[in-house]
Design a protein around this ligand. Structure first.
Ligand code: ZN
Length: 199
């Protein structure tokens, strides 16, 4: 995929994140791995109003901006850490889905063993330890867990969903994560999720 086509995909994915309420204001960031570099959203943009010029291309080795005139996302280090750790992954979405972030703020990953379909699609969604947003500390916080998980909660912050398939799939996963968090929260209010005995 060319950088030109990637810009369009990032704009569409940003609109999806915003429409679904998975980011508020200027939160969140999205990226796509291309042969020529990492296409990523620029810093401080509302994801519901992205323009192609709000996407920049980064050098995966050092994070330098190769194409585009805007400053790259403040979470570029987080995205680059994912791609370096996992050569199979093509796309990364970082958002602050309200209910899933509630789990992350309460010091919880998503509970395993209760929603089989969710686990089949997302795998387990453990909680990465807190890392100060906007730099290497957050990138460091996911380095271990990302080796064996595509979807993570970020303590006191939000969530990260990656895909080996497409950016659209990473956003699908973010959407499904938030839906699962809503269901598990409801189950907690109703006495707690029950594990199916024969699963
Ligand atoms: Zn964030």
């Amino acid at each position: 995929m060319s950088f030109f086509d990637a810009r369009r995909e990032l704009v569409v994915a940003g609109a999806r994140l915003h429409q679904r309420g998975l980011v508020a204001g200027r939160q969140g960031n999205l990226s796509l791995r291309l042969r020529e570099g990492i296409a990523i959203t620029a810093a401080g943009r509302n994801k519901g109003k992205l323009q192609p010029a709000d996407i920049v291309l980064l050098d995966p080795a050092d994070g330098r901006v190769l194409r585009g005139s805007a400053p790259a996302s403040s979470e570029s280090a987080l995205h680059l850490a994912v791609y370096r750790a996992r050569p199979d992954l093509r796309a990364v979405a970082h958002a602050h889905p309200p209910q899933a972030t509630g789990f992350a703020a309460a010091g919880l990953g998503l509970e395993n063993g209760i929603l089989p379909e969710v686990e089949a699609e997302l795998g387990g969604c453990p909680l990465a330890p807190f890392g100060r947003p906007g730099g290497e500390e957050l990138a460091d916080s996911i380095r271990g867990l990302i080796l064996s998980h595509d979807v993570l909660l970020l303590a006191n912050h939000g969530a990260l969903a990656a895909s080996a398939e497409s950016l659209d799939h990473a956003v699908d996963r973010m959407e499904q994560l938030e839906s699962a968090a809503q269901t598990l929260l409801a189950a907690r209010l109703l006495g707690g999720g029950k594990r199916p005995g024969n699963w």
